[in-house]
Write a protein that binds this ligand. Structure first.
Ligand SMILES: Nc1ncnc2c1ncn2[C@@H]1O[C@H](COP(=O)(O)OP(=O)(O)O)[C@@H](O)[C@H]1O
Ligand SMILES: [Mg+2]
Length: 234
């Protein structure tokens, strides 16, 4: 007999809440948020500024813990795990991309890309192989020895995407990845994400202010005042 066990979603939020401050300044950035992201889905989160999008993404990425409720990654509740375990999960399972790139300007482009590999203990030869492949794939091989702040914004974001992919994590989370880019470079980064979705089966969640970009993802989560207003399929 074959047991038909349903696959866990990549990400699931159950009555997720986040409160900032206390007493007079107490404020719920998220209130009773419930959703699932299936493995291999490509999701955008849209909503007004201050509606809780980054708070939500940070909790999906184990960068922050909920005040109430649970958040599951591949069936594991990460809301109560100790920091040391969260750091491991971030390193193995999550690739983060930020609006302002968040690269280290003290070290080379190549070393930035290899950083998650160094943290996970990947041997140097293997690290070099992976960074070389990613640098080539994203058209930034000639910048390998430069410091990130010597690159254009579009190039820096490609380095950030390469870094996010270095450990081959199943989940990519991007907080307004095209927010600081001109139209041409925004398009390049969006196409990289689309190709990842089509070719690698990774689960991708992006926050965007750009309605046109959100139409190119498979589903859209609309957040308003810390709550899910609507989930729609494109
Ligand atoms: N570290 C923090 N401390 C206090 N309030 C915060 C913090 N981070 C976010 N907030 C508040 O939570 C709400 C949601 O913020 P955020 O998730 O950054 O929104 P968005 O990404 O949609 O613009 C806002 O009112 C914001 O001021
Ligand atoms: Mg934000």
């Amino acid at each position: 007999m074959q047991l038909n066990i349903p696959e866990s979603p990549a990400i699931e939020a159950v009555d997720l809440e986040k409160k900032y401050g206390s007493g007079e300044s107490e404020q719920y950035a998220l209130k009773k948020v419930n959703f699932r992201v299936a493995k291999g889905d490509f999701v955008s989160i849209i909503g007004p500024s201050g509606s809780g999008k980054s708070t939500l993404l940070n909790m999906m990425g184990a960068l922050d813990r909920p005040t109430n409720g649970k958040i599951f990654l591949d069936g594991t509740d990460i809301s109560t795990l100790p920091s040391s375990q969260l750091a491991k999960i971030r390193n193995k399972k999550i690739g983060f991309v930020f609006q302002s790139f968040n690269l280290l300007n003290r070290i080379s482009v190549k070393d930035n890309i290899e950083l998650p590999l160094a943290i996970s203990g990947t041997p140097e030869k293997q690290r070099r192989k992976i960074s070389t492949r990613l640098l080539g794939q994203f058209g930034i091989a000639s910048k390998s020895e430069n410091k990130p702040n010597q690159l254009s914004g579009g190039e820096q974001q490609r380095v950030a995407v390469a870094r996010a992919l270095a450990n081959d994590p199943p989940i990519i989370l991007a907080d307004e990845p095209t927010g600081n880019l001109d139209t041409t470079n925004a398009e390049i980064v969006m196409e990289i994400l689309e190709n990842l979705h089509e070719q690698t089966g990774k689960t991708i969640v992006i926050i965007t202010h750009n309605i046109e970009l959100s139409k190119r993802t498979r589903s859209v989560i609309v957040i308003r005042d810390g709550q899910i207003d609507e989930v729609r399929e494109n």
